[in-house]
Design a protein around this ligand. Structure first.
Ligand SMILES: Nc1ncnc2c1ncn2[C@@H]1O[C@H](COP(=O)(O)OP(=O)(O)OP(=O)(O)O)[C@@H](O)[C@H]1O
Ligand SMILES: [Mg+2]
Length: 264
């Protein structure tokens, strides 16, 4: 579904501010995979998503989506395949529009320009979809989205995003701004959609528990590289303790290699 071949991203190349943010990264994601991605601030996780979505072009390397080379294809050409949700619950919906109007403008199907009005069948379809969230929001279709809580808004954003049937779902810390109860609720909704629609999903999280609990594969990024990649039974049996141990073993190894190199 996604293939990154030897991808590097260098910001401000050839200047004193040059920064290698992604370094010779290789990643192959199979259809239906659910990857969780962890890594410290600045590890390159969001940049990785920008490269996959096409909002950034790599400095070198090749990107294929569904077997098609898209390395320099602009974001809007990939948009139909891609659903992306950000950390900020305010980012995915328009505050001063009603729930049903928000759903109308993001629904690709049946959208005609200029927007005239919602017809009855669209209203029913949106209401049924919102009812599927089981949050009682179907009774608030004519309220502005600004009246919803962060968790409710993020659940609505998720619903709108998956309704367009993306091939790839990119979740960039989409529960990080929510309290634990709402975060759990949005994660429930996420797994429900991912499982039902067999969505190929990449989820960045700073919550190690979530990274271990969800998905069939976990990767850890550090300094623009993938340093841990766990899947299958190894992923199922992963614990926080094991993950921390793996991380410190790698860091120790790197430190020792550096020492050897420096001692020459
Ligand atoms: N447009 C840019 N120009 C220069 N440097 C950038 C640019 N965008 C990102 N960076 C740098 O690239 C590095 C990786 O950033 P990125 O946003 O991918 O990290 P991240 O892993 O998503 O971190 P976080 O967990 O904080 O969201 C950071 O050091 C950041 O400052
Ligand atoms: Mg980020």
């Amino acid at each position: 579904m996604i293939e990154l071949r030897n991808i590097s991203k260098i910001f401000n190349p050839g200047t004193p501010g040059e920064k290698i943010v992604i370094e010779n990264l290789n990643l192959r994601v199979e259809p239906g995979d659910f990857l969780t991605i962890i890594g410290s601030n600045g590890a390159g996780k969001t940049t990785l998503f920008n490269l996959i979505s096409g909002s950034l072009a790599p400095s070198s390397g090749e990107i294929l989506i569904k077997g098609r080379p898209v390395t320099f294809e602009p974001e809007y050409r990939r948009a139909a395949h891609m659903g992306r949700i950000f950390q900020d619950p305010l980012a995915g919906t328009a505050s001063n529009m009603t729930l049903e109007d928000n759903m109308m403008i993001t629904s690709k199907k049946g959208f005609k320009w200029p927007v005239i009005s919602l017809n009855r069948s669209m209203k029913k379809r949106f209401r049924d979809q919102v009812q599927g969230l089981n949050m009682g929001l179907e009774n608030r279709m004519k309220e502005n989205v600004s009246s919803l809580s962060g968790g409710q808004r993020q659940a609505l954003t998720l619903l709108m995003t998956v309704s367009s049937n993306p091939d790839i779902l990119l979740l960039d810390e989409h529960t990080a701004a929510l309290d634990p109860r709402n975060a759990a609720m949005v994660m429930d909704q996420t797994t429900r959609f991912v499982t039902r629609q067999k969505l190929t999903t990449l989820m960045v999280t700073h919550n190690m528990g979530h990274a271990i609990e969800f998905g069939n594969r976990l990767i850890m990024m550090d300094g623009g590289r993938i340093i841990i990649d766990v899947q299958g039974d190894e992923k199922k049996e992963l614990t926080k303790e094991k993950l921390i141990q793996m991380f410190s073993d790698i860091k120790k190894q790197e430190f020792e290699t550096d020492e050897v190199l420096l001692s020459d």
